[in-house]
Design a protein around this ligand. Structure first.
Ligand SMILES: Nc1ncnc2c1ncn2[C@@H]1O[C@H](COP(=O)(O)OP(=O)(O)OP(=O)(O)O)[C@@H](O)[C@H]1O
Ligand SMILES: [Mg+2]
Length: 270
């Protein structure tokens, strides 16, 4: 099978394999596309938490992006953890040079276990520069609260926070509802023209490590294959939902989801 498209992933490494670049590569691959990477940081973590974050020098990140794209032109770009304003500036500079419009930005700030993954001084640059460059941003509820400076308690609050983010220059927003304590989960898509609520039953499980990274990579993959944005969000949510449902239960904390659920292995390799 030939890869359907090519994606550049700019994100941090998760040594436990459930989130970050590892989750991104698994997602892109299992949806039939080709993954390239620019690593922004190396984390030592497992399902119980993050032990350390080792930043990659901004110049090295810029080099990874530019040298990779000079050779293989990506059809879409997924951006994950950008931990400092120097990194954000470098990534913005590089993105201007490669001029790709299908950019999905997951503004990673807080890990599932509660660890802060974004340097506070980076928040300003993220709001001022990076958000405007993205075609879609995918904050979870705590991230949307920080970005919009607004408490989110219900669906209307999510919509209002989204509207505030549109005023900052975001083109399209998907606020993920995974952190809401309720029977149903709502992911809310909005732009200047429309609001669409994707509703799903909340699956009872502790194993949701990397759902956000997986979702943004899946959306970038569908977009890169030519699907419209809203449809890409719908399909991405479906892919994550199936991956959570599998509940493979690895590790003692927030375990990973199953990225392989879209793949049927050829019999000769079984
Ligand atoms: N328990 C669950 N049941 C069903 N869907 C879920 C569940 N938890 C999260 N999701 C879905 O997973 C996707 C990611 O949402 P979530 O809010 O978990 O992102 P996140 O906090 O950024 O995740 P990450 O841990 O990767 O940072 C959304 O589509 C959300 O609806
Ligand atoms: Mg996240």
């Amino acid at each position: 099978m030939k890869s359907r498209s090519k994606i550049l992933i700019i994100a941090g490494s998760d040594s436990s394999g459930g989130a970050g670049i590892q989750a991104d590569i698994k997602t892109v691959t299992s949806l039939g596309s080709y993954a390239m990477t620019a690593v922004t940081a190396i984390t030592a973590q497992n399902t119980t938490g993050v032990k350390s974050v080792f930043p990659i020098h901004p110049k090295e990140i810029e080099k990874q992006i530019l040298f990779t794209c000079k050779d293989i032109n990506p059809d879409a770009i997924k951006i994950g953890m950008l931990h400092s304003h120097e990194v954000i500036n470098s990534v913005c500079k590089a993105l201007k040079k490669i001029n790709n419009k299908k950019i999905v930005l997951d503004p990673v700030m807080v890990a599932k276990g509660g660890s802060i993954l974004l340097n506070i001084s980076a928040l300003k640059s993220l709001k001022k520069k990076m958000i405007k460059m993205a075609y879609l941003i995918t904050p979870n509820i705590p991230e949307a609260e920080i970005l919009a400076k607004k408490r989110i308690r219900n669906t209307n609050d999510m919509i209002d926070a989204g509207k505030i983010l549109l005023r900052f220059g975001a083109k399209n927003i998907l606020i993920k509802g995974g952190h809401k304590k309720s029977k149903n989960i709502e992911d809310i898509f909005l732009n200047e023209k429309e609001i669409k609520v994707f509703k799903n039953k909340k699956i009872k499980t502790n194993n949701t490590h990397g759902t956000g990274c997986t979702l943004s990579s899946a959306i970038a993959t569908f977009l890169s294959c030519g699907k419209p944005l809203k449809k890409s969000c719908e399909l991405g949510i479906k892919y994550v939902n199936q991956a959570i449902r599998f509940n493979q239960n690895y590790g003692k904390g927030h375990g990973p989801i199953n990225h392989l659920n879209s793949i049927v292995l050829n019999k000769k390799y079984l």
